[in-house]
Design a protein around this ligand. Structure first.
Ligand SMILES: Cc1ncc(COP(=O)(O)O)c(C=O)c1O
Length: 385
């Protein structure tokens, strides 16, 4: 049995440390806010290379609060990609805005800057006609742990006066080389604000729900702090209506322990990804991930593509190899958006990719032997043995 994800091993290894902080929280009855949350926020901001980090209840809350804090609301359109988890567009709708899509780059699976540019050019042309909303922000998603092409996206956003919020929910610690600044930057430090998820299966996962907004903008950080806590900074003094979206103290303490291991875990994921690539070599019928020289992906997921996807997934399941689909149906074709202006064929690359992707087992503890077994079975299937 090779699991898709091994959540047990890291928790067994960290059990004593984790139990210790759970015990301290119980003895101090310290559950909401407090020093563990503040310490985690400082440590994660430092890790990402941002001035501020505000802990919240989930990645979805992080996206929603970042959008609202940036002034996005009714009448605004927020552009993202169709091949993401629905939380990206839920947050846009829940902020009162309208989601719209541009297609992805077929090699990186991330937003194609040229398509963003073409779309914005079309929307601002005199012949564009009337639209119910106007583009105000863009959310590039650093899918599978690989940063989108942020230099290009930021330049286009600047030209069209768009706010950029990064969806870094799968990209804790991923690197992007900014040619403009001639330096490596971390995912979550490039837009006006960024959202992270600490859902347990993420590269940095809590023992429950968790999320964070990172930003260099003091006003955004302050607004997110208010939004997560019923619009208050001082107890029972509400400057606005907010939400109940706080990061709890036990999760913050858990995340502080795990953050110390994140770089090591990410490195192991990278080694595993490179080993998969080597094992596949130039195998016929399999497309392995493309990592441009200007990114350092952290392989939240390792994706292959094959036209035999459904049959291969079934075969691997019979061999007790866990796999996943991220994501099987692009958002514009989901039932939830059946009333939208989109139909099949609108985003051909996202649609093609969705029908051919397969997520293979990927976690830091994955062994050489397990990877050889997985690739061996896939090659066996594809060669029709
Ligand atoms: C790309 C992306 N965006 C947003 C989210 C939402 O995060 P959460 O599940 O913590 O609300 C996730 C998490 O699954 C995600 O993968």
């Amino acid at each position: 049995m090779i699991p898709f994800l091994d959540l047990k091993t890291p928790h067994i290894e960290l059990e004593e440390e984790l139990v210790q902080v759970f015990r301290e929280a119980l003895r101090n009855a310290a559950f909401i806010g407090g020093p563990q949350v503040e310490a985690f926020e400082n440590e994660f901001a430092e890790f990402c290379g941002t001035k501020y980090c505000v802990g919240v209840n989930s990645g979805t809350d992080a996206l929603r609060f970042a959008l609202i804090a940036a002034g996005i609301g009714p009448g605004d359109e927020v552009i993202t990609v169709p091949n993401t988890f629905i939380a990206t567009t839920e947050a846009i709708s829940q902020a009162g805005a309208t989601p719209s899509f541009v297609d992805i780059d077929e090699r990186t699976y991330n937003m194609d800057p040229q398509k963003l540019k073409d779309y914005l050019r079309k929307r601002s042309a005199p012949s564009a006609g009337r639209h119910a909303s106007r583009p105000k922000a863009v959310i590039p998603v650093h899918l599978y742990g690989q940063p989108a092409d942020m230099d290009a996206i930021l330049e286009i956003a600047d030209q069209y006066h768009l706010i950029v919020i990064e969806d870094a929910c799968q990209a804790h610690g991923a690197g992007y080389f900014s040619k403009k600044e001639n330096r490596w930057k971390k995912a979550g430090s490039m837009g006006l604000a960024a959202a992270f998820s600490f859902y347990p299966g993420k590269n940095l996962g809590a023992c429950g729900e968790g999320g964070a907004v990172t930003t260099n903008d003091e006003e955004i950080a302050q607004k997110v702090r208010m939004l997560r806590d019923h619009g208050q900074i001082k107890k029972y003094f509400h400057d606005m209506e907010g939400y109940n979206g706080r990061l709890d103290a036990i999760q913050a303490a858990t995340l502080r322990i795990k953050l110390r291991h994140l770089s090591d875990w990410n490195e192991k994921r990278q080694q595993n990804a490179h080993r998969y690539n080597e094992l596949f070599g130039q195998s016929d019928g399999v497309i392995t991930p493309y990592e441009p020289s200007w990114t350092r992906a952290v392989y939240h997921l390792y994706i292959i593509r094959t036209s035999e996807r459904d049959r291969l997934q079934q075969f691997l399941s019979q061999q007790a190899i866990g796999t996943g689909l991220h994501y099987p149906i692009p958002l514009h074709l989901q039932k939830a958006y059946s009333e939208s202006r989109y139909t099949a064929g609108d985003f051909p690359i996202s649609e093609k990719v969705a029908s051919t992707i397969l997520s293979l087992p990927m976690f830091p503890e994955l062994t050489h032997h397990q990877q050889e077994f997985v690739v061996g079975r896939i090659k066996e299937f594809l060669s029709g043995e």
